[in-house]
Design a protein around this ligand. Sequence first.
Ligand SMILES: CNc1ncnc2c1ncn2[C@@H]1O[C@H](COP(=O)(O)OP(=O)(O)OP(=O)(O)O)[C@@H](O)[C@H]1O
Length: 157
Amino acid sequence: MIFIETLVYVVRDGRVLLIRKKRGLGAGYYNGVGGKVEEGEDVVSAAVRECREEVGITPKNLEWMGLLEFWNYEDGRVESVHFVHVFLAREFDGVPRESDEAEPVWFGVNEVPYDNMWSDDVMWLPKVLSGKKVYARFDFDHWRLIGGQVFELVRST
Ligand SMILES: CNc1ncnc2c1ncn2[C@@H]1O[C@H](COP(=O)(O)OP(=O)(O)OP(=O)(O)O)[C@@H](O)[C@H]1O
């Protein structure tokens, strides 16, 4: 199965808004706000919708920061491939609130709790939070990280 997904990192006053995911894959981990792009939806609309659903805010001026690929293998076969578009939002409307999916928590941009996040995050999120655009591919075996590569995107001219 192939999924197109979004991750949004809301940044304000030197802090980044993460969620502690309450259910589903990655429950208990901190992550950006996001989820799957739905049928008939564009990627930016999906990113905005997930922010509204999960933490009740509307991000403004989303800045595209890159693309991640997560390839999950089970018993030597590709179980799922996730293409994740990553965004930064420096402005938003509303006040973050808890939902049945997620608890919003602010962290200093230098105090991100990587030990309680997906193990790929420490390899690319510091770059994104410092304003760099990235492309990365990670391989997982039963959702355990087994390899990956991270590239910074640069202007070609
Ligand atoms: C493997 N390493 C990973 N590192 C960083 N982030 C990861 C991730 N793996 C998945 N993510 C992100 O976690 C979000 C929730 O995804 P997920 O709960 O499956 O989606 P969604 O909210 O649509 O859930 P429903 O299927 O509707 O319940 C989604 O943005 C997805 O990109």
